[in-house]
Design a protein around this ligand. Structure first.
Ligand SMILES: [Zn+2]
Length: 86
């Protein structure tokens, strides 16, 4: 016997989840899991639909320019990109 069963692991992770404060990725507002079932929150990791949409807006406005070079590639160039190292 190793001493830790799946059950005790589950209890520990549940405690961690309860103690963990989730912050909205947009406005930084703390979401307390015990107040709001954030696992069922369709706006995760945002506190509300408003923040989710506002964040999406940022993306569309180009504030985040991650992988911009990829988007500029033509389909042919994309197909040419190596998927995996041999
Ligand atoms: Zn928010």
């Amino acid at each position: 016997m190793s001493g830790h069963t799946p059950d005790s692991q589950k209890i520990v992770s549940e405690k961690l989840m309860k103690n963990k404060k989730i912050k909205c990725s947009y406005c930084g507002k703390e979401m307390k899991p015990e107040e709001k079932d954030f696992t069922n929150n369709p706006f995760t990791p945002f506190c509300s639909e408003r923040c989710k949409l506002a964040d999406l807006d940022k993306w569309f406005n180009g504030e985040y320019s991650i992988e911009q070079s990829i988007e500029e590639l033509t389909p042919e160039q994309l197909a040419d990109l190596p998927d995996e190292n041999p």
